[in-house]
Design a protein around this ligand. Structure first.
Ligand code: H2B
Length: 94
């Protein structure tokens, strides 16, 4: 079973993910993306989907035309874990 991050681990992780925000009322992180158009947004989502599948860790997300919002949290521990940090860093590098 994967563990939730401790407060110290959480703070350290967030310092390394300046483009991700915490989420009110949920132990999760969120980042909003904006692209030129739907095709660009969808291409990004396809790449995130492959990353997620390769890490066996999947985002909660939404898409409206050129905007994509990604929330990362770990369902297995009902909170933020190292898996979310790893996926967020990989997404940042796309
Ligand atoms: N994604 C997320 N975000 N949280 C999980 O706990 C999770 C997951 N668990 N993807 C994985 C899949 C698990 O259900 C499978 C069986 O490995």
């Amino acid at each position: 079973m994967i563990a939730r991050l401790t407060d110290a681990e959480r703070d350290a992780a967030l310092a390394e993910l300046p483009q991700w925000q915490t989420v009110d009322g949920k132990d999760a992180i969120r980042r909003a993306f904006r692209f030129k158009d739907f095709v660009e947004a969808w291409g990004f989502m396809a790449r995130v989907a492959l990353l997620a599948e390769s890490q066996d860790h999947h985002p909660e997300w939404s898409n409206v035309y050129n905007r994509v919002e990604i929330t990362l949290t770990t369902h297995d521990c009902k909170g933020l874990s190292a898996r979310d940090v790893k996926l967020a860093k990989a997404i940042d590098q796309l």
